[in-house]
Design a protein around this ligand. Structure first.
Ligand SMILES: [Zn+2]
Length: 423
């Protein structure tokens, strides 16, 4: 059943004026008629415009003659009193000598959007706080519609981005799904925002980033924190001057490599001990990875007995802790001496995994010690990582990587996402 508003609810001049004000419709546009449909709970508002002598070209602003009108289009607007509100209009096209026939800029919507700017603003505000699914359900939008709003917002935001200096960068790899699907994320460590996201973790993944910077921005890069990952190293070397002084292998990745080596020593030793009926290392895996300062007193006492024992794992653990003391140094000279001494200890330790990791750290040392100069780690982007986790969590229904990438820019890019109108 289709109930026409005129029958149940006579539309008089005051209603049109009311809607004109609610919608913020301004000259040359006005409300021609309002059709209130009670059953689908919709208000249809028909707009019309004065006959103007000229219409500005949307491209260059030149006043042009009216060419014609597009067939009627509609835009979903903010609900009024729980009624879906839909604007209707025939958008005029201007005839520009340079750009030809173009749809003029409309007050209430961006070109090609099927939503008014106010509606998009509301959807954007909600998307910042809730999942795409929840916002879609709340606003009665399909997945494609909500995704379109997000994508347009990101595109606008990236276009508006200014060429601010980006002194400290963090390059991080993120697993997209369990398994081996990776993304490369470039963070502005100073402002805590994501600058760039790409699929995979190849050299090309990072190569794509540099072109998004101006030359001035590239010259202003002082340091780049990253994992010891050669494809990233190569990309930075090819695009940033004096890269070798600027690459800082991430402190927490160094710690991870050392912890992994300790764990390998423990596993092997545990096996050997248990074969002889010695259970001392059983169930201690996480004790060796934790910071003793965070243990409760009883655990700490038990762990102290272990780490002071003659066990190989205890030696490996001491090597790891002492190795990480590198980061406590202020000056490079003493730090280099410390490392040399530590390296000698590690290679004589007769613990194969420790020897191996020591060799790797020695080969990479020049870009580990750069930390003392720049003092950056990817942990600076911890808040970004937490947000990306949230995006991942709320994105369980996401269909593809591209949507995930848009969502990272949307939530973590620090972008100005608001729709532009001519108002
Ligand atoms: Zn033009």
């Amino acid at each position: 059943m289709h109930l026409v508003g005129v029958y149940l609810h006579p539309i008089i001049m005051e209603d049109r004026e009311l809607y004109r004000r609610i919608l913020g419709i301004e000259s040359p546009w006005s409300v021609a008629s309002v059709d209130l449909q009670l059953l689908p709970k919709e208000v249809h508002i028909y707009l019309t415009h004065e006959d103007l002598p000229t219409w500005p070209c949307p491209e260059c602003g030149t006043p042009c003659k009216l060419y014609d009108h597009q067939p009627q289009r509609q835009w979903r607007h903010l609900d009024t009193c729980q009624y879906h509100t839909i604007l209707h209009a025939d958008p005029p096209r201007s005839q520009c000598p340079t750009h030809g026939a173009r749809v003029v800029k409309l007050l209430w919507a961006e070109p090609s959007s099927r939503f008014t700017a106010l509606f998009e603003s509301l959807a954007i505000a909600w998307l910042k706080a809730a999942s795409q699914k929840a916002v879609g359900e709340q606003l009665g939008l399909s997945w494609d519609e909500i995704h379109g709003i997000m994508e347009r917002a990101v595109k606008r935001g990236l276009q508006r981005r200014q060429a601010d200096p980006v002194r400290h960068l963090g390059v991080d790899e993120k697993a997209f799904r369990k398994g081996h699907k990776y993304m490369t994320v470039v963070n502005d460590l100073t402002r805590g925002r994501v600058l760039y996201v790409a699929e995979d973790r190849k050299q090309e993944s990072l190569d794509g980033f540099w072109g998004t910077l101006t030359e001035g921005q590239r010259e202003g890069i002082e340091a780049v924190a990253m994992d010891m990952w050669d494809p990233y190293v190569t990309s930075v070397r090819e695009h940033v001057a004096d890269a070798d002084q600027k690459i800082v292998f991430d402190k927490f990745h160094v710690a991870q490599h050392l912890s992994h080596a300790v764990d390998q020593v423990r596993r092997k030793e545990n096996k050997a001990l248990r074969a002889e009926g010695d259970d001392r290392l059983k169930g201690t895996r996480y004790d060796w990875l934790r910071n003793p300062a965070t243990m409760d007193p009883e655990d700490r006492r038990a762990f102290a007995a272990l780490r002071q024992s003659e066990l190989k794992t205890a030696r490996a653990w001491a090597l790891k802790e002492t190795g990480m003391n590198l980061y406590a140094y202020v000056y490079e000279g003493p730090a280099r001496k410390h490392f040399q001494w530590w390296y000698g200890w590690a290679v004589r330790s007769r613990l194969a995994p420790m020897k191996e990791v020591a060799g790797m750290l020695k080969r990479r040392f020049e870009n580990i010690i750069t930390y003392l100069q720049h003092r950056i780690t990817n942990a600076t982007s911890e808040s970004i990582n937490a947000k990306i986790q949230w995006v991942k969590y709320t994105a369980r229904g996401f269909r593809n990587k591209q949507n995930f990438i848009s969502a990272i820019y949307f939530h973590c890019g620090g972008l100005d996402l608001a729709p532009a109108t001519t108002k």
